[in-house]
Design a protein around this ligand. Structure first.
Ligand SMILES: N[C@@H](CCC(=O)N[C@@H](CS)C(=O)NCC(=O)O)C(=O)O
Length: 281
C-alpha cells in the first residue's frame, strides 16, 4: 500500500504531514494527516487517532486543534482521517445538506444503496488506515488510543467500545452519544444502514453499553454554550448508561464553551495527557 506525500512541515521539532492514498475500503482517494513528534531513531511511538465531526476533513483539527505541542512533549503520533469518501462519483445528500453524505460518513459501513460501495468509514478507520499508518510511520501498534469530536466523538466511543483491547484510551469532545435517538443520527443511520433499528445498536454508544460492552473509562468534555447540546448530544444519556454499567466516566461540563475548535483546542492538552497516561509502555 503506497502513500503520496501532499505536504510536510516541521513543527515543535516533529513533522506534520498530509498524505493521500487510494483506499480499497472506500474506492476513492483519501487524504489524512499525521503528526510525528521528535523521537529517537528506531523508536516506536504510541498513536492517538482523532475522528472529526460533520463537515470536517483532516484539515480542521490539523489547523485548529492545537495538539502538536502536547504531542511533541508526550511523544504521541496524532492521526486525523477524513470524515467520508469524496469525489465526483461519490453520492452525497440529495439536498446537499451538511449532515449526510460528503463530510458526514458517521463511521459506519453503509449497507444501503447508493452508499454501500463508498461509505465504508468503519472499515477505513479501524482496519485499512491503521495498517497503512503502521507500515509508513514509526507506530507501536500495541499502544493506540482514540478521540473525536461530535460525530467523531460518536466514532471514537463506538470504536473503543467494540475494540477495547486495541484502543487503550478513549475520549471525546461534544460527542453524539445516542445517534439512534437524535436527528443527526437518525438521518445518518437510516440512510446508511436502513430503517431496521437493530442494525443501529452496534453504532450507538449508549446502546452498546446497554447491550453489555465494557470499557476502562472515558473522558468527555462538553460545552454548556454548545447549541447542539440538548437536541443532538445529550451527554446525560451517556452519564446514565455508564453509571448503570459501572463504566468510569469523567464528564466535564465546561461553562461558556460552544461546539467549535476554540472549545476543542482549549481542552486538547488535557485529553492528550489522559491518553499518554494510559499509553505508557
Ligand atoms: N455549523 C456547522 C454545523 C456543523 C458543525 O458544527 N460541525 C463541527 C463538527 S460537528 C465542526 O467541527 N465544523 C468545522 C469547524 O468548526 O472547523 C455547519 O452548518 O456547517
Amino acid at each position: 500500500m503506497t502513500i503520496q506525500t501532499v505536504s510536510t512541515n516541521t513543527s515543535y521539532g516533529g513533522v506534520q504531514g498530509v498524505y493521500r492514498h487510494a483506499s480499497q475500503a472506500t474506492g476513492t482517494d483519501m487524504v489524512f494527516s499525521v503528526y510525528v513528534p521528535p523521537h529517537a531513531q528506531g523508536a516506536k511511538l504510541p498513536v492517538v487517532w482523532y475522528l472529526s465531526g460533520l463537515t470536517c476533513t483532516h484539515a480542521n483539527v490539523t489547523e485548529k486543534g492545537e495538539f502538536r505541542k502536547a504531542c511533541a512533549e508526550l511523544g504521541l503520533i496524532f492521526v486525523a482521517p477524513d470524515t467520508s469518501p469524496r469525489g465526483p462519483d461519490v453520492p452525497g445528500d440529495a439536498n446537499n445538506a451538511y449532515d449526510f453524505g460528503l463530510g458526514a460518513g458517521f463511521y459506519v459501513d453503509a449497507t444501503q444503496e447508493p452508499f454501500a460501495r463508498n461509505y465504508r468509514m468503519w472499515s477505513y478507520v479501524t482496519d485499512e488506515l491503521p495498517k497503512l499508518v503502521a507500515e509508513n510511520f514509526p507506530v507501536d501498534a500495541k499502544r493506540q488510543s482514540v478521540m473525536g469530536h461530535s460525530m467523531g466523538g460518536h466514532g471514537a466511543l463506538t470504536v473503543a467500545l467494540r475494540n477495547p483491547h486495541r484502543y487503550l484510551a478513549a475520549s471525546a469532545f461534544a460527542p453524539i452519544v445516542a445517534p439512534s435517538l437524535v436527528p443527526w443520527g437518525i438521518k445518518a443511520l437510516t440512510g446508511y444502514l436502513g430503517p431496521n433499528k437493530d442494525a443501529w445498536r452496534s453504532h450507538d454508544t449508549v446502546a452498546l453499553i446497554e447491550d453489555g460492552a465494557k470499557y476502562s473509562g472515558f473522558l468527555v468534555d462538553v460545552g454548556e454554550a454548545d447549541n447542539f447540546l440538548k437536541e443532538q448530544l445529550k451527554p446525560e444519556l451517556l452519564e446514565a448508561a455508564c453509571a448503570k454499567a459501572s463504566i468510569p466516566l469523567t464528564l466535564r461540563r465546561q461553562a461558556g464553551y460552544d461546539h467549535s475548535y476554540y472549545f476543542i483546542s482549549t481542552f486538547m492538552g488535557d485529553h492528550l495527557h489522559w491518553h499518554a497516561e494510559r499509553l505508557k509502555g
